[in-house]
Design a protein around this ligand. Structure first.
Ligand SMILES: [Zn+2]
Length: 147
């Protein structure tokens, strides 16, 4: 059961709203006053975690299975275009531009080992997402001199 935190401008409380299912998440109602103009409270830490989790959810083997052995430039263009549509926005990867290169008749070096290219990009994206999770030194309270 999903739980999200909201600020209610009507009663000025921060409330936890429970949803029966993900599909109901679009219509939050304040449990305190019944107000409907709730503002979702976004926790940066939680967001970073979910980015990393989403990358973990990507099934590399399934994506590689779609390769079916070595690819010609045309196959690679189609494969990377498909990955680009699904992942470039979320991961900041460059499959869209690889696909464009292949379409333009160039032969991107990534084609030779597309599996490695995919794995490498997922690693990079995951490192970035995990880094966001770590608090910066400036966010931490000053060190306790008595500890
Ligand atoms: Zn309220």
């Amino acid at each position: 059961m999903p739980i999200y935190q909201y600020d209610c401008p009507k009663c000025e409380k921060r409330v936890d709203v429970f949803f029966r299912s993900i599909s109901k998440v679009t219509e939050p109602v304040c449990p305190e006053c019944g107000g409907k103009k709730l503002k979702r409270v976004m926790s940066k830490v939680m967001r970073a975690r979910s980015d990393a989790d989403r990358i973990d959810d990507i099934d590399i083997n399934q994506e590689l299975g779609r390769l079916g052995g070595s690819m010609g430039v045309g196959d690679f263009a189609r494969w990377s275009k498909d990955l680009g549509k699904r992942y470039d926005g979320a991961l900041g990867s460059d499959f869209g531009s690889l696909s464009a290169q292949a379409d333009a008749g160039q032969d991107p070096v990534e084609r030779v080992d597309a599996g490695h290219a995919l794995r490498y990009r997922l690693e990079q994206a995951k490192m970035k997402a995990t880094e966001k999770k770590r608090p910066k030194a400036s966010d931490l309270p000053p060190a306790d001199p008595y500890m």
